[in-house]
Design a protein around this ligand. Structure first.
Ligand SMILES: NC(=O)C1=CN([C@@H]2O[C@H](COP(=O)(O)OP(=O)(O)OC[C@H]3O[C@@H](n4cnc5c(N)ncnc54)[C@H](OP(=O)(O)O)[C@@H]3O)[C@@H](O)[C@H]2O)[C@@H](O)CC1
Ligand SMILES: Nc1ncnc2c1ncn2[C@@H]1O[C@H](COP(=O)(O)OP(=O)(O)O)[C@@H](O)[C@H]1O
Length: 283
């Protein structure tokens, strides 16, 4: 499959998309991320995404996912607000199973997508792509991408995506008219406008449970803190997604270095995000 020219996203690129809060900022001006993630089977996915969003520098998180998950989220991050209200962006779907979606949860997800706000659609929210009205990025791994396309009558197997991730990411962006962040050792980030960026993981220790949920939180936080920019320029979501993947990869490297190059957990990666953001802001 023919593809355009992909460019590796650099530290300079990422730092251009970050800024420090100013004297006039408060938690609302900095950006509130609405999060509907997790399930009784996967409460940890919600905890990891919310943790990562705070570590990336969002002003506040409103978590309105399943009630059974809210307790775990609040235990890990008591600053989280558990009531619905105004938000600047949405993170939807990590740790959810679309086949077990309740009527109420389906309604909450559809309302979020109809809000026209910037949205990150992950894992069990991927099937909802197309209902979105705002600048949106989907964040599948290879298997999820193959499943999503097959459900949309495009024959595609895991092996196909594995053999040509760049081509399938680009084709998906075109078919579904949405920005795509396809996860892997090399993460491909692209959009229907032809932006094509790669982020090459700085350590393969990143391939462990829950690190994708962490990435969702990083992208969500950047979307919430850039909502005004996104309202003017929807393609900014692609640059923010690439920035998130860069921060995530660097956080994994730092977390591993803290263990002398040893293994890292998803929570280690989330906890290393502030030092990456700090370093990029100093550039
Ligand atoms: N802490 C949390 O809350 C976490 C929550 N998470 C959440 O979980 C949800 C599902 O995400 P996912 O990526 O795991 O699911 P999915 O794309 O369906 O892949 C499943 C495929 O894997 C395969 N497979 C299974 N075992 C295998 C084995 N031993 N060796 C080889 N293959 C094996 C299996 O193949 P099969 O057994 O059917 O042959 C199947 O095809 C998602 O919402 C995510 O956010 C995760 O982030 C983790 C941390
Ligand atoms: N071989 C690898 N080397 C480095 N990073 C990887 C590799 N495989 C996957 N990753 C990264 O690890 C993360 C895994 O995300 P995901 O597959 O969604 O896992 P989970 O669902 O458990 O959170 C992604 O950020 C992906 O880019």
């Amino acid at each position: 499959m023919a593809t355009g020219t992909w460019r590796e996203w650099t530290a300079d690129d990422a730092s251009a998309w970050l800024s420090r809060p100013g004297a006039d900022d408060d938690k609302y001006r900095r950006g509130v991320l609405g999060v509907i993630t997790g399930s009784p089977d996967y409460p940890g996915a919600a905890v990891l995404g919310v943790q990562a969003a705070y570590r990336t520098g969002v002003g506040m998180v409103r978590f309105t996912g399943p009630r059974s998950v809210r307790e775990a989220v609040l235990a890990a991050r008591p600053e989280t607000v558990g009531v619905a209200g105004r938000v600047q962006a949405w993170l939807l779907g990590s740790g959810m199973d679309p086949s077990k979606r309740s009527f109420r949860l389906g309604g909450d997800l559809q309302r979020a997508l109809a809000s026209g706000l910037p949205t990150v659609l992950d894992a069990g929210g991927l099937d909802l792509v197309g209902s979105h009205l705002g600048p949106t990025v989907i964040t599948p791994h290879r298997r999820e991408l193959a499943r999503l396309l097959s459900e949309r009558d495009t024959a595609c197997a895991f092996e196909d995506v594995d053999a040509d991730p760049a081509g399938w990411a680009e084709r998906t962006a075109d078919l579904l008219q949405v920005a795509v962040l396809l996860k892997g050792a090399v993460t491909h980030v692209c959009d229907p406008e032809g932006n094509l960026f790669t982020v090459t993981a700085s350590t393969h220790w990143l391939a462990s449970a829950g690190t994708g949920d962490v990435l969702g939180g990083v992208v969500g936080a950047l979307a919430a803190t850039h909502s005004e920019r996104l309202a003017r320029d929807a393609t900014a979501i692609t640059h923010l997604a690439a920035t998130a993947a860069f921060i995530h990869s660097e956080a994994a490297r730092r977390a591993s270095e803290a263990w002398d190059g040893g293994p890292v957990t998803a929570l280690d990666v989330a906890n290393a995000v502030p030092s990456v953001v700090g370093g990029l802001l100093r550039r």
